[in-house]
Structure formats: C-alpha cells, structure tokens
Design a protein. Structure first.
Length: 299
C-alpha cells in the first residue's frame, strides 16, 4: 500500500500532466480561431465532410460555427439536428422580413431603387443560429441569387455582409459548406478564410471543377488549399486523378488526403452519427487526419 508521501507525489504528477495537456491545447487553438471554406462539384461529399469536421473539432474543445451556403442545404440533417428543428429553419436568403429589416428593401418588390449595401448583421448568429450535437452552431444562409451575374439585390447584399461579419468573429472555428464556385463572395472570403478544402471524385469532370475552384482560391489569396480525393475504390483511381491534374496543368495543393469509398457513408447519407460512433471507420480516420492538418496550418 502506498504511503501518504507516495500518494502526494502521484497526485502531483497527475496535476502536472493535466497542466501540460491544457497548455498543449492552448497552443493548438489559435486565439482568433480559423476559417475554412469547403467546396467542390455537387455530390462529392462536401456536406458529409463538413459535418464530421465540425463535430470532431467541437469534441476537441473548439467553438465551432458551421455555415451552410450549399444550394441543397442538407448540413443541418448531416450534423444531426432533429427534423422538428430543421423544419423550422428558414435560410437567410429566404428570410424576407430579416432582409427587409437590414437592407431596407423587400425582395420581389421595388427594391431596385434604394437599399443598403452594408447592412448591420451583428445579430445574425444569435438570432438564427441553431445549436446541434456537440454544441456545434449552425447558420443556414442559402445560396446567392444566380439569376443574373453579379446580381445587385437585397438578399445578395445581406449574404455578403454575413460573410464579412463572420470574418470578424474571434475565437471560433468557422466551416463554410459552399457551392462549387467561390467567386460570388470574392474579397469577403479572402479577408478571413485562409484555408480551403476542395473535394473531388476520381472523375475528369469532378477534378476539372476542383482545379477551377483551387485556382480561384489562390486568386482570392487563400493561403492553404487542401485537396481531398473522395470515394476512392482502387489505387489506380489516385493515379487517374494525378494524371488529370497533370493534363490540366495544375497541381498546386498544400496537402492531399485520400478517402476510400465507405459503404457506411452511403448507407446513412447524409447523417454522420454512425461514422462518428465508429472510430474504426475509414472515413472517420481520414477526416480525423484532415482535421489535424487544418489545425496545424491554422497556427
């Protein structure tokens, strides 16, 4: 049986280990947080990846804001927000009362005359953010209006202001699940989003979209551009992607992550709970690796 002196020494060592872990966590988590835009061709797995990353980062102790700007708007489902809550969510681009309140114009009326291009949206997360599992905060924006290139309208002005405001929020990890293009936010993204995760499947069309997105991310000044090759069934598919990248003349990626095809993802899509509950899942392992990469490049 250990005597009092030995117990005290053991307790002292445990406190020391705990303190070292706390210090390590402080170094891992930048005080200003970090921001990642996630993009790629439709159907490549952006929403699933965003949901898993958000949950894993939250479990690591980060304050996470997940922003859904993808036209499909399935991120709430993927994160695990109950259906009765999801059914009440109105995306910001369709929240006519909020758009009118902030811009001074109601979409679909005589908004072409005057409206604010710089609406004050500092209350947007508190008013419309939804808390999901692991305390992940979700904000559903909806996509920008695409009816006319560069549409000058109240809903686009509002969404642009929201992205600019997001860049001012400190101490958060912000993940934006977006449509394939990044040009609709231009400088707003470049001000705060220093990392982009671009997904592709091992097909020519998907890789081509990924390359276009990566080039645009570089033009916007996004410093770190990570490629994720998803749904890979054979080793030769990785070689195929490399051949396509070489043919297209672009291979300027900070890191590359390969995620093999996972039946678990297909079976439960878009929900990610089954993956998060199975650390042996290949998707869990690979997204966990990607999470660590994002943390490393945020420092």
């Amino acid at each position: 049986m250990a005597n009092k002196g030995e117990k005290d020494e053991r307790r002292k060592k445990l406190f020391q280990i705990a303190e070292e872990l706390r210090e390590r966590t402080k170094k891992q988590a930048p005080e200003e947080g970090f921001r990642v835009v996630i993009t790629g061709k439709g159907g490549v797995g952006k929403t699933t990846l965003t949901a898993i990353l958000a949950r894993l980062l939250a479990r690591d102790g980060y304050k996470v804001l997940a922003v859904d700007e993808d036209p499909q708007m399935n991120l709430a489902h993927a994160i695990g927000i109950p259906k009765e809550v999801r059914d009440k969510i109105i995306p910001l681009n369709r929240n006519l009362d909020y758009i009118e309140e902030k811009t001074g114009a109601r979409p679909g009326t005589n908004w072409g005359l005057y409206f604010s291009l710089t609406p004050d949206v500092r209350d947007v997360v508190e008013r419309f953010g939804v808390v999901g599992p692991d305390n992940v905060m979700l904000l559903v924006m909806g996509s920008v209006v695409q009816a006319a290139a560069g549409c000058l309208c109240p809903e686009n002005a509002l969404l642009d202001a929201v992205v600019k405001y997001i860049n001012l929020r400190k101490g958060e990890v912000i993940l934006m699940d977006t449509q394939a293009g990044l040009e609709h936010f231009g400088r707003a993204l470049a001000r705060g989003f220093k990392q982009a995760v671009i997904l592709t499947e091992p097909t020519y069309n998907s890789v081509q979209v990924a390359v276009d997105a990566a080039k645009l991310a570089r033009q916007l000044g996004i410093k770190y551009v990570h490629l994720v090759i998803n749904k890979v069934k054979k080793d030769k598919h990785i070689e195929k992607v490399e051949d396509i990248l070489n043919e297209l003349g672009f291979n300027d990626f900070t890191t590359k992550t390969v995620i093999p095809y996972d039946e678990l993802v297909e079976e439960y899509d878009p929900e990610v709970e089954a993956i998060l509950s199975n650390p042996d899942s290949v998707t869990y392992k690979k997204v966990h690796e990607l999470k660590d990469i994002l943390i490393r490049y945020a420092e």
